[in-house]
Design a protein around this ligand. Sequence first.
Ligand code: FAD
Length: 451
Amino acid sequence: MNKREFLKTSGAFLTGTMLSRLAPAEQVAHETAHRTNWSGNLQYHTDNLLLPKNVEEVQQAVKSCTKLKALGAHHSFNTIADSNANQISVKALDHMSVDAKARTVTVGGGVTYGLLAPWLDSQGFAVHNLASLPHVSVAGATATATHGSGSRNGNLSTAVSAMDIVTADGNLVHLSREKDGDQFLGAAVGLGGLGVITAITLDVQPTFQMAQVVYENLSFDQLEHNLDAIFATGYSVSLFTDWQKNRATQVWIKSRLAPGGKADMPAQFYGATLATKKLHPITGASAINCTEQQGIPGPWYERMPHFRMNFIPSSGAELQSEYFVPREKAYQAIRAVEQLRDRITPHLFITEFRTIAADNLWMSTCHNRDALTIHFTWKPEWPAVKEILPLIEARLAPFDARPHWAKMFTMQPSRLKQLYEKLPDYQALLKHYDPSGKFRNAFLDTNIFGA
Ligand SMILES: Cc1cc2nc3c(=O)[nH]c(=O)nc-3n(C[C@H](O)[C@H](O)[C@H](O)COP(=O)(O)OP(=O)(O)OC[C@H]3O[C@@H](n4cnc5c(N)ncnc54)[C@H](O)[C@@H]3O)c2cc1C
């Protein structure tokens, strides 16, 4: 348990009122310590955290509450997982099983990618992609369309083939891609609105090796005509920039290797120079918490994330925002944001560009379009950042940029409605499974039902 976890879970005790409501399951914890999200920028608006030990206890808890919100690994930056009544964590549901014939893995709703990945690899399998960090839960990450990079890789939600959800009436509902058509497409990026996911099934593929190579200083001019080629160079490619000097400070190329194969490491890449040592995306930060680079082969799960499992990812105290623009307009969108560089850079740790393939999931940020994402890791300076976000959103409006559901944005609900053609269907799906709004919180009331 790290210090953050300790602060968040220490001092937990059971309250009499809640216990009498939920006994005999004894699954309610009341945390006296301040309860915050991972970054510490959000203090949750309830102290009531329910910790069921099995699916039956989840069902009992759901039946007992009029308002409830599932909490995953608490990595979201905004209030999407917040509640002013009760939160429920299913981290005790940590089972994992592979169906080798079907090429799927089914995991409990509490399993993180960090837990899943090494075990899955030991079974001879891999998932198609990972986020920049493995610490997030599968249920929580897929609920918000969390993604890695790779022009031909869909986001993590596209690997979901089925899920078990305890819905508002306490029933356990099984939804699958194969059998449930539209309902499944609406539920896969569920934003925590349908209920509590107790198990989730993902597509897997045979395990593979990867290597990561980093280049420094790629001119933005190269992106005008070579953006697609640059992002297609590896299985997963990321560009980092501080927006100054018309260039990406680093290019991270993650390539799949054939057995016994070696990474391609030319000295130059579109004018960028091969790095001579392991680098952190934030110039000057220690690279100790980063995954191995310099072409050293390793398993997929130790190369696809930027950050190693047992280390604090990214910067730590930070804020994040991210916008998804159509791939074919990516260069123009980058140039539009670049005009704000002198407003952005003083408050920025680093920006990252990634690519993601289109999908058909209703609330996915890549619904019906191949995307490039423009991501901002901000210093923890919300008063300044909240002034800059509307400027960025205005610059990106002509490109119909969609904000990451789990990061900071200031876009109005009316604009979100324009950006998601399936939003009315998603509203209807929530009303079907949750007529009284048990799983709705202020985030969903505003951003989904507020327009
Ligand atoms: C350092 C850092 C790096 C990040 N890197 C990336 C990245 O590379 N790519 C990217 O796309 N995002 C990234 N994120 C964002 C992150 O992936 C999302 O915030 C993700 O949703 C977090 O998952 P979680 O398990 O922490 O869920 P939470 O933040 O706890 O919850 C997120 C949502 O999932 C719902 N949920 C959680 N568990 C369940 C459940 N069992 N049943 C039903 N609903 C549930 C919640 O209600 C909420 O709506 C990063 C975040 C951090 C802090």
